[in-house]
Design a binder for this molecule. Sequence first.
Ligand SMILES: [Zn+2]
Length: 143
Amino acid sequence: MSKSAGRRSLLCPRCDAPIDVSASTKSVPCPGCHRNIRTEDEVVNDYQARVEYYNEGHVEVAKKGIIIAEVRVRNLTIKGEVKGPVRARESVQIAKGGRLYGDVVAPTLSVEEGAVLVGRVEVGPKRAAPLDSPALDAVPQAG
Ligand SMILES: [Zn+2]
């Protein structure tokens, strides 16, 4: 887990616009959709129910943490509970005792013994999170 001290390149969780930020940036406005993007690693210790939970950082849901939302993050570690579709750019890890109820799209997924995963899973290098989910606001256009 080496972090380069300089800059890092992100993609907007909403519109996939590329964004360069300094490694210490906590949030940045997206040049594409002009929404604010959180880029700070985060540990969730409480109950968070919202429409969307977006963070271009590493999010850990601690044992007492619950997220009920559409989740788009860079990395996700679940020790508590997540309900909702999850899309990670890099990895999803469900630790022992962690619960995930929802579909998962991620390049890599690890599920420890004792973890719960209920949902459809798409895992592999090609699942590196272009925003192509038809279940969301982007309705595919025919022809
Ligand atoms: Zn954007």
